[in-house]
Design a protein around this ligand. Structure first.
Ligand code: HEM
Length: 461
């Protein structure tokens, strides 16, 4: 059976000059790739002030991400770009500081917490259906808007035990959208060693958005923090409560108020931007693959039917899991991981200077011609087949790997399967004629021209 192959930036036949590479990467880093990027084991680019190595060699990838992860911490460029919003948060810190934060935050994501989150996810998914029911069926609709809304609502409910509504929630939401649009404009010049290209105007706007978000989050955190300090009991069993109860394993000290703001801002960003990206692409891939959609719909109806979904149903919707896993292969929200080597060291026989930028890109690994059969095709069944087993084991890492693996992976998978089952039960997801989304690498992998689909309410819904 022929499978749908979504459009992606056509690689250049040959490696471009540095200037042309930078020029293309201004729009999206994926535009700078060339054909060999998808077959090579390692590539390199040397720019003023930055030596950048792109690793596809699985042995070296595991070394950088897993076995010698301490020698390859997260790139300072990432920290520099996200610091105005996230401060010193777990996503960008390194070493002991990161270890302390990770140990303190782990309990908030333990399995039990994912169970607690399920009813909140369901509440947000039901609110999503109400909004979508109001959309004109005949008109193409940009599903990214709704996927951003519902995932932001879910993380908001999970952190604060309250739905994302009211003027303040919407101000946070708007300021995040502005921040996200500006982030790549600031991050890419730094990655290419051209900080001077970061327009002061962009920096000013980005800092302003970050300040606004932090101010609003702080206002939500402060009363809860004050009452926690007074020893007042809280009824809320949410992430904020878990963070306030967490203690440094060495000093027994809790997070300070400022640290709480950093971690909550980080979680709001990491917890919805990625899931929104993946769910948007999943909706599009379903619209373009009616046979895959029909089979998944039949299974969802068999497992859940018309009753309210329960957490235990999720594991039985295997087709939906495979659809989401395959979406994460083709469109990994975090398209690349940037690390740097603490000391000069050899990688694949090359001597890397200290503090070179070492990039591992799921975007490339998960479409690598040597690993995957039909690498650009949407084929959820590959997760059931023997022939792709090795590729899945070694070259599939949408949630990263090693000590910095995504803390919210179980949360994200549960949320995604629930949202997709709710969508499938209620609507037929149809393509918007003539619309071809153009993937671009921003904070996550998004479409430059939106992702338009049509939703037709099913007769039984
Ligand atoms: C489909 C959705 C998601 C994807 C694909 C994803 C992917 C990732 C990846 C690739 C990383 C590591 C980046 C690196 O190594 O440089 C990461 C880190 C992280 N993610 Fe996720 N994520 C998703 C959803 C979530 C959610 C829903 C949450 C929270 C509820 C979350 C919380 C985090 C945190 C806290 C980290 C930092 C972990 C650390 O550095 O110790 N993520 N995520």
């Amino acid at each position: 059976m022929s499978r749908f192959c979504p459009a992606y930036p056509k690689p250049h036949p040959e490696k471009a000059s540095k200037l042309s590479m930078f020029w293309h990467a201004r729009r999206s880093w994926m535009d700078a790739l060339f054909e060999r990027s998808y077959t090579m084991q390692m590539g390199e680019v040397h720019l003023p002030g930055v030596d950048l190595y792109m690793l596809n060699d699985i042995k070296e990838v595991k070394r950088v991400m897993q076995t010698e992860a301490q020698a390859f911490p997260k790139s300072h460029l990432l920290h520099e770009s996200l610091e105005p919003l996230l401060g010193e948060s777990i996503f960008t810190t390194n070493g002991e500081q990161w270890q302390r934060q990770r140990t303190m935050m782990n309990p908030a994501f333990a399995q039990a917490r994912v169970n607690v989150a399920f009813p909140r996810m369901l509440g947000a998914a039901q609110a999503m259906l109400e909004r979508l029911d109001a959309v004109d069926e005949a008109r193409p609709y940009d599903i990214e808007v709704e996927m951003t809304h519902v995932t932001a609502d879910i993380i908001f409910r999970t952190i604060f035990s309250t739905p994302m509504q009211g003027p303040d929630a919407h101000r946070i939401f708007d300021a995040f959208a502005r921040y996200q649009a500006l982030a790549p404009k600031l991050m890419l010049p730094a990655l290419f060693g051209a900080r001077w290209l970061r327009m002061p105007w962009y920096r000013w706007q980005s800092n302003k958005a970050a300040k606004e978000i932090r101010g609003l989050l702080h206002a939500m955190i402060r009363p809860r923090y004050k009452s926690h300090l007074k020893g007042e009991a809280t009824e809320q069993e949410d992430i904020l409560a878990a963070f306030m109860q967490a203690k440094d394993p060495k000093t027994d000290q809790p997070f300070t108020e400022g640290e709480l703001v950093n971690q909550v801002a980080m979680l709001f960003l990491a917890g919805h931007e990625t899931s929104a990206s993946a769910l948007t692409w999943a909706s599009y891939l379903l619209a373009m693959s009616p046979d895959v959609q029909q089979k998944a719909y039949e299974q969802v109806m068999e497992v859940i039917g018309d009753r309210t979904p329960e957490q235990s149903d999720m594991k039985d919707c295997s087709r939906v899991w495979n659809i989401f896993r395959e979406t994460l292969r083709l469109f990994p929200p975090v398209g690349f991981f940037a690390r740097e080597n603490v000391q000069a060291c050899p990688v694949r026989g090359k001597q890397l200077k200290e503090r070179s930028t070492v990039v591992v890109a799921p975007w490339l690994l998960q479409r690598h011609r040597k690993w995957w059969k039909d690498p650009d095709a949407f084929d959820p069944d590959r997760f059931e087949r023997e022939e792709d087993k090795d590729a899945i084991k070694h070259a599939y890492m949408p949630f990263s790997m090693g000590p910095r693996v995504c803390l919210g992976a179980a949360f994200a998978l549960q949320e995604a399967v629930l949202i997709l089952t709710c969508l499938l039960r209620r609507y037929e997801i149809l393509p918007a004629e003539g619309h071809v989304p153009q993937p671009v690498g921003r904070l996550t992998i998004r479409s430059e021209n939106g992702v338009r689909i049509r939703l037709r309410k099913r007769a039984a819904a």
